[in-house]
Write a protein that binds this ligand. Structure first.
Ligand SMILES: Cc1cc2nc3c(=O)[nH]c(=O)nc-3n(C[C@H](O)[C@H](O)[C@H](O)COP(=O)(O)OP(=O)(O)OC[C@H]3O[C@@H](n4cnc5c(N)ncnc54)[C@H](O)[C@@H]3O)c2cc1C
Length: 158
């Protein structure tokens, strides 16, 4: 067996109450991290220049407090960008359209779609085969809630 320096730290996605989050990215001892600012500290969306002071001042101190070995981490790369989210309630939309029943949704997962993916896959495959949810009842998450204006808010989106 070849020697390797690879150390795998099986950390789940961790979201600190400050809005700082981190998770492993690949297997090479790399992590992806970020910070969801409170609304009054959010940056303008027309400027996608990376502000490295955010990492130094907001992110790194929280990482080092949570995981002492992060004190010696090295920042490899940074980017600023957009990602899709469901602006109605930041939550999944799944199942048939109430009026177009040959149109089936499985989208809107916003910042938590990877975590939901196994459940979404299973639920939507059962829905397609049986025309109904079986083992996982996700009917609360159908598009009707948008039409009824009854959001199911997800507070832990990052
Ligand atoms: C930087 C980043 C980090 C994230 N980290 C996490 C995380 O740690 N945990 C987590 O749970 N989630 C995370 N997410 C969110 C997660 O990636 C999304 O919720 C998930 O990928 C949504 O899956 P989806 O299949 O609905 O959409 P997508 O993955 O966006 O797939 C949609 C696909 O449709 C294609 N498409 C679009 N328009 C058309 C068209 N007209 N015709 C044909 N194809 C089209 C696109 O090219 C794309 O391949 C992160 C997202 C980003 C951007």
């Amino acid at each position: 067996m070849p020697e390797t320096n690879l150390r795998i730290f099986p950390s789940p996605l961790t979201i600190d109450l400050s809005g700082v989050y981190f998770r492993p990215e690949g297997l090479g001892n790399k992590y992806i991290c970020g910070w969801s600012p409170p609304e009054d500290e959010d940056v303008k969306s027309d400027n996608l220049d990376v502000d490295y002071s955010v990492f130094e001042e907001k992110i790194w101190p929280v990482l080092a407090r949570r995981v002492p070995s992060f004190e010696t981490l090295k920042l490899r790369n940074a980017w600023a960008g957009f990602y899709d989210y469901n602006y109605f309630d930041q939550n999944l939309i799944i199942g048939s359209h109430p009026r177009q029943n040959n149109f089936i949704f499985a989208n809107g997962s916003s910042g938590h779609g990877l975590q939901h993916a196994p459940a979404i896959g299973r639920a939507i495959s059962e829905y397609l085969i049986d025309s109904n949810f079986k083992s996982i009842d996700l009917s609360r998450f159908n598009f009707q809630r948008v039409m009824n204006n009854t959001p199911i808010f997800e507070p832990m989106i990052v």
